[in-house]
Design a protein around this ligand. Structure first.
Ligand SMILES: [Zn+2]
Length: 417
């Protein structure tokens, strides 16, 4: 059935600027946008219209890097650097997800909160627990948001209570792939935690599995200096080349979180292999990891998305991540000069909506042929009439939160929070 939503439509066609259709119409059928117009074509005049008046219609947010098992520890242990933080808090948090009733409660809240904050799709590290990961799939399906969910592979260099036997892990990951990969919204993703907690044998088998089922891959890359040196001492090569050697660097669609300390060779490999780097600015600040050269990487042709990396990041709202990415790039400009220009608002918004949505399908733009994933923003603010639609979007991203989001559409369907 053809339906229509009406309001002030805004999205990024390219990273450089916004497309705006004031008081426009989005016509859609079975979740797919048929047309976006200023005037409603006559043939649709009898169709049902959801009239949002003067409100904004914007694409949804997509969080390309987040850890479900760490949701309970948001905002905890933020005085510690990455490797100490993992040891003191994070592995313990993830271990608790072995308990099904603990995992159920946590993941129900996690999935609902993602939706509440307007994140319509997330690429998630679960934990090494198969049962916990199953529960996470179920909660995403119940909530109705899009997901790529990875049961985490870890075999060494972490406490005994969290690591798992490789044969067992491979068998469980394969069974999750078989169970969910025909699902339209929530699928599996191959997830070595990071090179130091895998063996070469583990990485090789994960690469083979990704290839066998054409499943995407996610992991961490070049996050902190200490970690980068550790990888080099273990594998005697640069971090990206470790993944590349085992078919885990772009042979299937690949996300790598962070990329703060990239060598020129790694940048070339990332660009040539089409790997998407996921910039997680809140996390990089909280764990004192470093400042990603975001603009420089984009100018060199690398695709960048955005992630919360919660609980390295402390909040799920992607508007905050967009702001922090811009702020951090400005600090880098102050520190290193105009060879590192700041990210613009439209570039950072594009990263979260078009690059992020693009990982899930034809999603992230409000134009014909795209899936209708969008948010309705009720920005009922003082003197709103003074400002353009783009300025009103900026105000929402910088000062708004979940309370400004009136409705959330995934594939043309309004989801309840
Ligand atoms: Zn992470």
């Amino acid at each position: 059935m053809v339906e229509i939503i009406k309001g002030n439509i805004i999205f990024t066609e390219t990273p450089d600027n916004f497309e705006v259709i004031e008081n426009g119409y989005i016509v859609y059928e079975d979740g797919i946008i048929l047309s976006v117009t200023k005037l409603l074509p006559e043939k649709y005049s009898d169709c049902k219209i959801h009239d949002y008046g003067n409100r904004l219609i914007i694409p949804g947010f997509y969080d390309l890097h987040v850890h479900s098992g760490q949701y309970s520890q948001c905002g905890v242990g933020m005085d510690l650097p990455l490797l100490q933080w993992l040891k003191k808090y994070t592995y313990e948090s993830e271990k608790r997800c072995e308990n099904p009733s603990y995992a159920r409660r946590l993941y129900e809240k996690f999935s609902q909160d993602l939706l509440r904050y307007g994140t319509l799709g997330a690429v998630v590290f679960s934990t090494t627990s198969y049962e916990g990961t199953e529960i996470l799939f179920e909660e995403f399906l119940r909530t109705g948001i899009r997901g790529y969910i990875g049961m985490v592979e870890m075999e060494r260099n972490a406490p005994e209570f969290i690591i798992k036997d490789l044969d067992y892990t491979m068998e469980m990951i394969e069974s999750l792939i078989n169970e969910y990969n025909d699902n339209r919204l929530v699928k599996s993703i191959i997830t070595p935690r990071f090179a130091p907690t895998s063996t070469k044998e583990g990485l090789r088998r994960l690469g083979e599995l990704a290839k066998k089922y054409s499943v995407p891959v996610q992991s961490h890359l070049d996050e902190s200096q200490e970690e980068v040196e550790w990888v080099r001492s273990l594998y005697k090569k640069d971090y990206a080349s470790v993944y590349d050697e085992f078919g885990l660097y772009g042979d299937t669609p690949t996300l790598m979180a962070h990329g703060v300390y990239m060598t020129d060779e790694e940048i070339d490999l990332t660009k040539d292999n089409g790997v998407i780097l996921v910039h997680c600015p809140d996390s990089n600040i909280n764990l004192s990891s470093g400042i990603m050269h975001s603009k420089e990487l984009i100018e060199k042709g690398v695709r960048l998305g955005l992630g919360t990396d919660m609980a390295g990041g402390h909040k799920l709202f992607m508007g905050e991540v967009i702001v922090r990415a811009i702020q951090l790039s400005k600090l880098l400009t102050l520190q290193e000069g105009m060879s590192n220009k700041p990210l613009t608002f439209s570039e950072a918004f594009y990263m979260s909506t078009v690059v992020g949505g693009g990982f899930f399908g034809k999603i992230g733009k409000l134009k014909s042929g795209y899936e209708l994933d969008c948010l309705i923003i009720d920005d009922d603010q003082l003197y709103r009439e003074i400002y353009s639609i783009e300025d009103r979007l900026s105000k929402f991203i910088y000062t708004g939160d979940d309370r400004w989001i009136l409705d959330r559409y995934v594939s043309g369907k309004i989801l309840n929070v």
